[in-house]
Design a binder for this molecule. Structure first.
Ligand code: NAD
Ligand code: UGA
Length: 459
């Protein structure tokens, strides 16, 4: 039996470890966190994150070979392998503020591991970190005079929220970076063995430490770049009567371009894309590559433009004013099938409309609690309503901001009847049947397609 510890019981720690444990019944997994409420939630029937399929896996493994705890020091001492999946947000102060990764949680963890270790261990970076962070981690850990040796590995996580369980069960690849020393390679092999319980060997890629750390940032940068690219073209489509879905389909059949991540939208959100690209930008600047930095920075700038453009288009289309108008936002989560609202474009659009003095009502099947907490400084000006029919009653407009499939099943005739006329739908996800909505009576504004409206000349 190997004692495996994961420090950080957030989205990554909490969803990866139970899945790994379900394939490795002979190993013992403990997941620890400084946040007591979070650990209590992981121990309860009301898990702290909504992730399809996760409840069942946690129920199957918890108390057998998966344990949640706040006793970090004791479990560090007992562990053979320690995964570190603490948060690494963008720094908000000092050098590199707004770009560099804030490594304070990560460094505290490294020191805590050192203080509480009485045996040599493998320490695995699961968090997303700047390239060459492992070097600093090795320096801290191996600065001990207890005769202990720590092998630091990089094993970045590629799961996406909403599909975390499936992504873990059937990963496109597992990436493990390690030192090319004998003990480094032995550590890599031990981790490979663990994943090989269910992942085919040819999908387990091993590299040097720096390639592994950098590949994680690059993977996210490339994915986000595709969204910014298609969103930039959506703006051109709106000027030229080309249809972004048709353009995306026309290019995705080219295997060199590929099928995925070509859905135009109000913008990408989530805790990682923006943070990781800004981190990449900072690294490029740090290493004296300003042109490369500027290139990647534009991916974030384009996303901010898309969010702002969407909100501005709403105002312009509604006769240049939304002041005092009730607007229902359908969706607060940054994507469907998650309750996560971090960097959600829905909240950006919400803030932009509030600046125009609109009356906002937000509805979302799972993310209302997080949205409410994110918007707490604006709480008096926003209403939360779980029922989309009630949310849209007496509204001038609906904005679809999260692609929840339940929004395709609503009775839009009933919704239309209850709204102020002329009624508007702004579909920030191109989710709904626009022709049908137009026939019902709505003025419909998709992304990257001509609007279907009887008001063109008036506006
Ligand atoms: P999160 O904020 O949900 O969770 C991090 C947890 O670490 C928190 O519960 C926090 O209390 C805990 N923590 C912080 N310092 C600690 C300490 N010293 N000791 C114990 N616990 C501590 O973050 P997340 O979304 O799980 O992301 C974690 C890392 O994984 C980040 O680097 C992120 O970039 C990366 N990542 C995230 C995703 C994702 O989908 N969320 C996917 C891939 C990679
Ligand atoms: C993303 C990556 O997909 C994961 O591989 C990575 O591990 C993770 O970031 C991370 O490092 O945190 P995630 O942010 O959970 O995962 O979700 P995605 O499916 O990538 O979507 C991100 C955002 O892009 C969402 O707001 C989504 O709606 C938007 N998106 C996605 C589009 O607007 N269009 C698309 O075609 C695809």
């Amino acid at each position: 039996m190997t004692n495996i510890l994961c420090i950080g019981a957030g989205y990554v720690g909490g969803s990866t470890m139970p899945v790994i444990a379900s394939y490795c019944p002979e190993h013992r997994f403990v997941i620890v966190d400084i946040n007591e409420a979070r650990i209590a939630a992981w121990q309860s029937d009301q898990l702290p994150i909504y992730e399809p399929g996760l409840d069942e896996i946690v129920r199957q493994t918890r108390g057998k070979n998966v344990f949640f705890s706040t006793d970090i020091n004791r479990h560090i001492a007992e562990a053979d392998i320690i995964f570190v999946s603490v948060n690494t947000p963008t720094k908000t102060f000092g050098q590199g503020a707004g770009r560099a990764a804030d490594l304070q949680y990560w460094e505290k963890t490294a020191r805590q591991i050192l203080e509480n270790s009485t045996s040599s261990k493998i320490v695995v970076e699961k968090s997303t970190l700047p390239v060459r962070t492992a070097e600093a981690m090795e320096r801290i850990l191996n600065s001990n005079n207890k005769g202990l040796h720590f092998d630091v590995l990089s094993n970045p996580e590629f799961l996406a929220e909403g599909t975390a369980v499936r992504d873990m069960q059937k990963p496109d690849r597992v990436l493990i970076g390690g030192r090319e020393t004998e003990s480094g390679q032995k550590a890599v092999e031990q981790l490979v063995e663990m994943y090989a319980h269910w992942v085919p060997r040819d999908r387990i890629i091993t590299t040097n430490l720096w390639s592994s750390e950098l590949s994680k940032l690059v993977a996210n940068a490339f994915l986000a770049q595709r969204i910014s690219s298609i969103n930039s073209i959506s703006a051109l489509c709106e000027k030229t009567e080309a249809d972004i879905n048709e353009v995306a389909d026309a290019i995705r059949y080219d295997e060199r371009i590929g099928r995925y991540f070509l859905r135009a939208s109000v913008g990408f959100g989530g805790s990682c894309f923006k943070k990781d690209i800004l981190n990449l930008v900072y690294l490029c600047e740090h290493y004296g590559l300003p042109e490369v930095a500027k290139y990647w920075e534009q991916v974030v700038a384009m996303n901010e433009y898309q969010e702002a453009r969407f909100a501005a288009n709403m105002v312009t289309s509604m006769f240049n004013t939304v002041a005092g108008k009730r607007i229902a936002l359908f969706g607060a989560a940054f994507k469907a099938n998650t309750n996560d609202t971090r960097e959600s474009p829905a909240l950006e659009v919400c803030r932009a409309l509030l600046a125009e003095q609109a009356d906002i009502v937000i509805t979302d099947p799972y993310a209302m609690e997080n949205a409410c907490s994110d918007l707490r400084e604006l709480a008096e000006r926003v209403t939360f309503e779980i029922d989309p029919y009630i949310a849209s009653k007496n509204a001038h407009a609906i904005a679809i901001l999260t692609e929840w499939p339940q929004y395709t099943q609503l009775d839009y005739e009933k919704i239309y009847d209850s709204m102020v006329k002329p009624a508007f739908i702004f579909d920030g996800r191109n989710l709904l049947d626009h022709k049908n909505l137009y026939q019902v009576g709505f003025n419909v504004y998709p992304i990257g397609k001509p609007p279907l409206t009887r008001l063109v000349n008036m506006s």
